[in-house]
Design a protein around this ligand. Sequence first.
Ligand code: GUN
Ligand code: ZN
Length: 434
Amino acid sequence: MTIRHALRGTILRFHDNPFFTPAADAMHIEPDGLVVIADGHIETVGNYDDLRPNLDANISIADYRGCLIGPGFIDAHVHYPQLSVIASYGEQLLTWLERYVFPEERRFHDENYSAEIARKFLNELLRAGTTTAAVYCTVHPQSVEAFFRESAHRNTRMIAGKVLMDRNAPDDLRDTAQRGYDESRHLIDRWHRNGRQFYAVTPRFAPTSTEEQLTLAGALLDTAPDLFMQTHLLENRQEEAWVRQLFPARKGYLDVYDHANLVRPRSIFGHAVHVSEHDLGHCHDKGCTFAHCPTSNLFLGSGNFRLFDALRAERPVHVALGTDVGAGDTLSLLRVANEAYKIAQSTGHSLHPAQAYWLATTGGAQALHIDHLVGKIAPGMEADLCVLDPAATPILAQRTANAESYNDILFALMILGDERSVRATYVNGRKIDF
Ligand code: GUN
Ligand code: ZN
């Protein structure tokens, strides 16, 4: 028997991409709306008064009047093993990796430790309203096993993979090209499209892989349908110079990945701060995706991603938002949107709240090619939802009391909001306790 339940509140949906239509008009707002959920999926959505008479008198309705009901947030770039090294002082990318990240990632040799951190990570992610993430594990297959097991237990839709690193890393954090291939292949068989889990082939970044390993990563992508690829690209100037030294035969950093057949749809490149116009045109042609990680770029002093350049209408590149914890200092995509706004301001553009909210939800799902599953409130979609409270803190309540529009309320939430503004998170129709 189908069990239905419903949520009542203000429902936010997009009928257009707010970067290519006037942003203020891109959202459809249902001020007193109802979302009806059956068997983990959205069954109906619309106006409360219109829908209520057709429903069973005894249906359970969660009352979120005064709150905004939208899709769960989508984090396109995050490292679960770095939860404990968030907020590490005083370094930029390459020395930060050596000093803080690699020593912590060694601990994921232990599957029990991996499971403990995976649990904490997923709890924090859901508390922040994020229901889908593209997640780096470590080089240890057991770190991947532990993560997927914890995700499957919660039935969250996650994308994750084993980091591939066969050089320029400590001995006990390196695989070999062949071992990395074999271990990834085994994990793909176990976890890719197992329930709600997706696998991402995960070469960490060009400096820590030989050409042979990158080529095998490209070959892995052809071994199963819908595999993802995630790596880092052009985050930091020293990193870029190092890649040029390590791969002198290639035309540039992006060409290293392209040569290995890694630049394609479902490939997610973290950062892309220092991309050239030529790179942007090429990424548009190839249909790959950038994860914009402003909190991380500010924390490590990496530089300013040119969002509005990447999205230029004549050759847009897919863009989603990423927290990049532990270089990013928060798992809240509201706080990421806050810093994305400030970085856009510094490049002469004002990121509209509808645009930021779109990147964190519907646009993020499109950029990851999972918008037929999540990222929208529409019949048939998986019921992953995030309910935001515009009066969650005294200052938010003060600021939104006389708000002039829903766009204005969203802007207040993206600038003043964080985990505290998340009133509820639903995964596959089930409310999460936190
Ligand atoms: N580049 C290679 N590895 C990493 C990482 O773990 N974090 C970030 N921010 N950049 C990287
Ligand atoms: Zn990263």
